[in-house]
Design a protein around this ligand. Structure first.
Ligand code: UDP
Ligand code: MG
Length: 334
């Protein structure tokens, strides 16, 4: 089922943002693992606008490792956009994606490739068997996230599967054809419905450096996940409206009762409570509408989510700092 359109069998896409500390360890484990497969491969290191020495170090490693390809984004575009840039640039018949911090073991990539080839699978997920190295907070939020996603997108979403996976060329092409602006691959990939398998692994601690996913980015990912896959939050507005209607109706009856009883003066508390409640409900509903309208607006603008400033497979040498004469590759419509 899986056609091999190029001679490169395997591409390994690695988004990197300020990973100078993790890079040497990554290369020392990834390279032997890939060399050991015996297949032709490329490593697509996507430098997501790093401000540290990531790009420099990559150039140094490339001098002795010809399979290493550097794709440099013009600015920090985010993990998922960096993954998109990598998927669009990759040429392999299979494309694996892995983080740069060695939390996911590169030694599992050959296993994923073997499984995909032997069982004719288009997707092999890396599933974390254990998250004991993550903080309690991270485990709790991740648990809640996957529970919600499985309810929304369906049981096809493996819980505890992040962005460590292997895709066939067909699956990559299917992903590339999607017009989504805010890609959440851990949901889009299962949603495609291709035959899939799993490889379990132990999630390690970050080898060096700090997480590049602060709480704000985690919240962004969760909001994108929910809103890209479900209109259910819009229904919350309806339910809040219905609930507040009945609440107000009860208050109306109470008010009439008090009026009939002739005690109409005290009413300040109920008035303020009612006003605040309705005001709050309305603001929540407007906010929810805003989230969807914002995304419709972004979709209509159809701006690329990343710009490739330099690709070592295409450009002879790193471009000049002023960037004046550069060619530009935009992530067309993604
Ligand atoms: N990353 C990226 N762009 C960003 C943030 C992160 O390319 O804006 C990369 C980062 O270098 C790493 C991967 O995405 O390779 C996952 O990030 P991290 O390990 O910091 O996330 P965590 O494992 O803490 O959730
Ligand atoms: Mg990590």
């Amino acid at each position: 089922m899986v056609a091999e359109p190029t001679t490169t069998v395997l591409s390994v896409v690695i988004p990197m943002y300020n990973e100078e500390e993790a890079l040497p360890a990554l290369v020392s484990r990834l390279r032997p693992a890939l060399d050991g497969t015996g297949v032709s491969y490329e490593v697509v290191a996507v430098d997501d606008g790093s401000a540290d020495r990531t790009a420099e170090l990559l150039e140094e490693f490339r001098l002795t490792w010809s399979e290493l390809r550097i794709v440099k984004l013009r600015r920090n575009s985010g993990h998922q956009a960096a993954l998109t840039a990598g998927l669009h640039s990759s040429v392999g018949a299979y494309v694996a994606s892995i983080d740069a911090d060695l939390q996911d073991p590169p030694e599992k990539i050959p296993e994923m490739l073997d499984l995909a080839r032997s069982q004719n699978l288009d997707i092999v997920y890396g599933v974390r068997s254990d998250r004991s190295t993550d903080t309690g907070f991270k485990r709790w939020t991740a648990g809640a996230y996957y529970w919600l996603m499985r309810r929304m997108v369906g049981k096809r979403v493996p819980s505890q599967a992040g962005d460590f996976r292997l895709l066939s060329r067909e699956a990559v092409d299917a992903l590339k054809s999607l017009p989504d602006q805010q890609q959440v691959y851990r949901l889009l990939v299962p949603w495609l419905g291709f035959p899939s398998g799993q490889v379990t692994y132990f999630r390690d601690e970050r080898v060096a450096g700090e997480t590049k996913y602060p709480l704000s980015k985690m919240i962004r990912l969760a909001v994108d996940s929910i809103i890209n896959f479900s209109a259910a939050p819009l229904r919350i507005a309806t339910w809040l409206g219905v609930t507040s209607f009945f609440g107000c109706f009860a208050m109306l009856l109470a008010t009439l009762g008090i009026y009939i009883g002739g005690k109409t003066v005290p009413g300040w508390t109920s008035l303020i409570v009612g006003m605040l409640f309705i005001g709050g409900v309305q603001l929540i509903c407007v906010g929810l509408l805003g989230e969807y309208i914002g995304r419709i607006y972004t979709a209509v603008q159809h701006r690329p989510t990343f710009f490739i400033g330099y690709d070592s497979a295409r450009d002879a040498a790193p471009q000049p700092k002023d960037g004046s004469k550069d060619q530009e590759t935009a992530g067309a419509g993604v």
